[in-house]
Design a protein around this ligand. Structure first.
Ligand SMILES: Nc1nc2c(ncn2[C@@H]2O[C@H](COP(=O)(O)OP(=O)(O)OP(=O)(O)O)[C@@H](O)[C@H]2O)c(=O)[nH]1
Ligand SMILES: [Mg+2]
Length: 313
């Protein structure tokens, strides 16, 4: 329970910029208006869009709010606060967000454009799984630059896990092949594969993923598969666009949103789940190994709308 509270506190503080951006704006609207009218809805709409919830999601949230105001005969703007929170929560509902790969023999593929935080996230995830007593192997399938392998090696040391790498310029599929062999030999629970960051050439990426998939299917058919796309939350709407593109070339099973600590654009988590129906499974809230959290829509909304005075109560 205490750990859970610590978790929530970190989430609350990690979301402080997003909260400043969305919630304070909203609260000033709730207090600034004496009646619910078109201007009121328009200002709310603007705040949500500015908070990176996306136009479509915002429209749905406002429609949903209007309906509730009508059916529940709400008169006071301040009464809309909870209704709005509820309708944001409803928008984020994507069914079960599964973490099954954590409990099975699995291969986790981590993809995403340059610099979004793939390697760092793999390091954090490795640390998390290792702490649960899992045997983890890392595959340095980003052979694009030599430094990529070295960076992952540091995370392997930090998380006390093992890394399989290859020469700079080596075929990523051959690194995955070696890593699968190592994972099987050591009876590893989870194999985490780092990849080079690029999307500029969709066709190449697709071919590469296909080739790697063939290797895994042939060599490790029993493994449970997970493909996670890492998105930098600070890029807001751009992150949503990237998620859409990756979703066209790969079967994305989840999203990891990084750099939530440094951004006011955390509302993008709502847009991703609402518009793509892909669950956000983890969020990165800092650069340290412990700065990766499982994502839960209810907890996210609670943390976002958390009032400091609730702390004392
Ligand atoms: N503040 C903060 N920084 C992060 C987070 N995740 C990653 N970073 C930082 O983002 C930078 C890029 O991270 P990498 O893990 O190297 O990103 P990458 O996607 O592997 O990059 P490439 O391999 O070049 O494509 C590093 O400086 C990380 O420390 C996070 O959740 N919060
Ligand atoms: Mg990397």
């Amino acid at each position: 329970m205490e750990e859970k509270q610590g978790f929530f506190k970190r989430l609350v503080s990690g979301l402080s910029k997003t909260r400043d951006n969305i919630v304070f704006g909203m609260d000033s609207i709730f207090h600034g208006f004496t009646q619910i009218n078109d201007d009121f809805y328009e200002e709310l709409e603007e705040t949500l869009i500015m908070g990176d919830l996306g136009v479509r999601t915002t429209m749905e949230i406002i429609e949903n709010l209007k309906e509730k105001v009508r059916s529940e005969h709400i008169k006071e703007p301040a009464q809309c606060r909870q209704l709005l929170i509820d309708s944001i929560r409803e928008q984020m509902h994507v069914g079960e967000t599964a973490y099954e790969f954590e409990n099975r023999t699995s291969v986790v593929f981590v993809i995403g454009v340059n610099g979004v935080g793939k390697t760092t996230t793999i390091g954090k995830l490795a640390g998390k799984l290792h702490a649960q007593g899992k045997k983890v192997v890392l595959a340095a399938a980003d052979t694009f630059r030599a430094a990529a392998g070295e960076q992952l090696k540091e995370w392997a040391n930090r998380s006390e896990t093992e890394m399989i790498g290859g020469q700079e310029g080596a075929d990523p599929a051959s690194v995955v092949y070696d890593a699968v062999a190592a994972a099987k030999a050591r009876k590893a629970d989870v194999l985490l594969c780092d990849t080079a960051g690029r999307l500029h050439n969709k066709k190449n990426l697709m071919e590469e993923l296909k080739k790697i998939n063939r290797v895994i299917e042939r060599e490790y058919p029993e493994a449970y598969r997970e493909t996670l796309v890492v998105l930098d939350a600070t890029t807001g709407q751009n992150a949503l666009a990237q998620a859409k593109e990756f979703n066209e070339v790969a079967e994305i099973t989840g999203v990891i949103l990084t750099k939530m600590d440094g951004t006011a654009k955390g509302g993008i988590a709502v847009a991703i789940q609402s518009e793509l129906g892909i669950p956000v499974k983890y969020i990165g809230v800092g650069e340290r190994i412990e700065d990766l959290q499982k994502f839960d829509a209810d907890e996210f909304v609670n943390a976002l709308f958390y009032k400091t005075e609730e702390k004392e109560g």
